[in-house]
Design a protein around this ligand. Sequence first.
Ligand SMILES: C[S@@+](CC[C@H](N)C(=O)[O-])C[C@H]1O[C@@H](n2cnc3c(N)ncnc32)[C@H](O)[C@@H]1O
Length: 216
Amino acid sequence: MARGNDGNLMQHAIEAKLISQLVTDRGLHLITTHSMAPFEPLDPRKKTAQHQARSVHWWERAQAEEQADEPCVVNAYRGTRQRVPDMYPNTAEIAAELAGRGNLQGQLIEICPEKCKRLNEAWANTEVGVVEGSWRDNPLDSLPEGLDRPWLLSLDPMSYVPEHNKDDDRFHPDDFNLLATAMERLCATQRPGAMGLFCYSMRPAVQEAFRRAADD
Ligand SMILES: C[S@@+](CC[C@H](N)C(=O)[O-])C[C@H]1O[C@@H](n2cnc3c(N)ncnc32)[C@H](O)[C@@H]1O
């Protein structure tokens, strides 16, 4: 269980490892459904709360000299902190550091117009498109017919809410069907890939409801 920026660190650590292992000389196809702006302010709680200690440790290590056997995420943060020292990068910026911006193609979905503006600036003249709107309306629009590279699909809803199926920033039971359809299309490409669904606030009762819905 991880919280606040510590949860963010866990997500980025998993994604950074996957990106490093998946990327080939052809690059990587990246789809993020809750993209965020390229950089956003860090959660101010990080300086005081004890459970944030790990994220502070690795975040600060990214400003020290590179050491052998560092987790991939530290390498990525080292690069993003050289460009924007005190703001939190999104997954696509992590991928840009580890795979090279020009080696990426795909789709960054984001509902907030202001964040899309900043994403468009960051990804101008690349093969990564920005899609403004809900990820529920944009199921893998950019997936090429003959995908020539590995893929990573990353979903980052705020939490799991089993009670209803509203189109909001949470994950709901009906979303498993959308995800299953996306996974079928991605797996049909027969390229290596990975999907991460990063859901916060997974208290035991919520975890149980999530597992039941996933099994269905
Ligand atoms: C937790 S942040 C994402 C963090 C980011 N994935 C990262 O790299 O750490 C959630 C983002 O999802 C966006 N969002 C919320 N609901 C959405 C929806 N239905 N479709 C697409 N984006 C959504 C929000 O505007 C916000 O920028």
